[in-house]
Design a binder for this molecule. Structure first.
Ligand code: PXP
Length: 237
């Protein structure tokens, strides 16, 4: 059964809507851990639209489970990661105009720059996960960078409109997981997972961690964060 990484970006989104100090994502991380989160995930974006540098540094000091720092493979972010030392880094594609991450990295096209970021981080003993679509070519290219993990992009599965499309996308995720494991990669997944669609993904053999943000924080606004995390943890497990 996979572990649950709770992404707290959207707590920071609410704070940044007023450029104030509340709600504090650090407090949210503490509550999420008390409610059973196995890890805390935060995405420090280049435009700092939600998580701030201060958050990442404080999370490093306060998170008692593990801290997964999502970031683009830029020199600025690699330098921050080397200083802050999260438990692992997930490299994601980033475009300023996007509302959220829109798809996996194109590892095939990325070439040396991405592989160099992986090497620099892993030489500093920070394991790297590459956020990719569950496609054979991407998984093979991910393995070739030496990255320890992939995080399979579940957004297409989550957005499927019909049962048959959802089944097709689930099969893609299952095949991708098996292929990645065969390539020696460890496998996480995330993006767009909700209380309604998470269970089939959690049941994929070999799936290690699910990173879930928006759906948990959206429920937390209504029922409280601890209950929202507990309910998601029960579904994942
Ligand atoms: N995994 C990755 C790589 C992401 O970029 C995101 C969104 O920040 C998530 C997981 C969480 O996605 P969601 O907020 O849709 O649960």
């Amino acid at each position: 059964m996979p572990t649950l990484g709770v992404n707290i970006d959207h707590v920071a989104t609410v704070r940044q809507a007023r450029r104030t100090v509340e709600p504090d994502p650090i407090a949210a991380a503490v509550l999420a851990e008390l409610a059973g989160a196995d890890g805390i995930t935060a995405h420090l974006r280049e435009d700092r639209r939600h998580i701030q540098d201060r958050d990442v540094r404080l999370l490093r000091q306060t998170v008692r489970t593990h801290l997964n720092l999502e970031m683009a493979a830029t020199p600025e972010m690699v330098a921050i990661a080397l200083e802050v030392r999260p438990d692992y880094v997930t490299l994601v594609p980033e475009r300023r105009e996007e509302v959220t991450t829109e798809g996996g990295l194109d590892v095939v096209a990325a070439g040396d720059r991405l592989a160099q970021a992986v090497t620099r981080l892993q030489q500093a003993e920070i394991p790297v996960s590459l956020f990719v679509d569950a496609e054979a070519a991407q998984l093979q290219a991910a393995a070739a960078t030496g990255a320890r993990f992939v995080e399979l992009h579940t957004g297409t599965y989550a957005n499927a409109l019909t049962d048959s499309a959802r089944e097709r996308e689930l099969a893609v995720l299952k095949e991708g997981t098996a292929l990645a494991l065969g390539l020696g990669l460890r496998v996480n997944a995330g993006h767009g997972l909700t209380y309604w669609n998470v269970q089939p993904v959690a049941q994929i053999p070999g799936m290690e961690e699910l990173n879930i943000g928006h759906s948990i924080i959206a429920r937390a606004v209504l029922v409280g964060l601890e209950r929202a995390v507990r309910e998601m943890k029960a579904l994942v497990a």
